[in-house]
Write a protein that binds this ligand. Sequence first.
Ligand code: ADP
Length: 221
Amino acid sequence: MEPILEIAALKKYYGKEQNLTRALDGISFQVMPGEFLVIMGSSGSGKSTLLNCIATVIAPTGGAVALHDKCITTLHGKALADYRGKEIGYLFQSFELIDNLTGRENILLPLALHGVSEGESRERLTKLADYLEVTDVLDKFPAQMSGGQKQRIAAARALILGPEIVLADEPTGALDSDTSVQIMNLLKDVAKDRLVVMVTHNPELAEQYANRIVRLRDGAI
Ligand code: ADP
């Protein structure tokens, strides 16, 4: 079996000389299809830097990230925009929904940006809202939703373009424990046919849901 994601000697250094920080100091690992990967480590260990390198939000100092054997750290222009928009879905601790858009409008935003037709958008929205059980909050604004509903709307937005990878940065950090379990079960289900990479501080969630835990310490595994 070929790995979906391969991280090879990935480095990200900040600053120079005495102020040099090795946020990632040459880490390597592979992720196979169907794995639910959890990244753990104390604050400052490099977790966000790793997630952001996979998301191409920051450019590494050295090494490579490859998705299906294709190096993504050297993408430019349209190929980079397509990768970011279509291959990556992002879930945040703070949901990052747009306050003055309804649930429906938040979910449809990526489709509008990527020029998906109205009919196709409607079909995808109906299916996903049903799967995520958010049909009854589609016309509400984020301020009128519970934390769990907000995160499920955010999950719908992250999934609507059918990304290959879902990156989740402490997605349950702002949720109570029952709602956290709901979101984790959802991510586990999502991980059946795409790659989920999640950062968490919660060892219980990690042990219970991950097939694979990468523990970072000072930028190394
Ligand atoms: P974590 O997500 O595990 O808390 P980060 O990836 O945010 O860790 O940070 C790893 C290290 O890199 C820390 O020492 C942090 O201070 C440093 N770092 C992160 N971003 C920057 C930046 N933009 N400039 C300088 N140092 C940074």
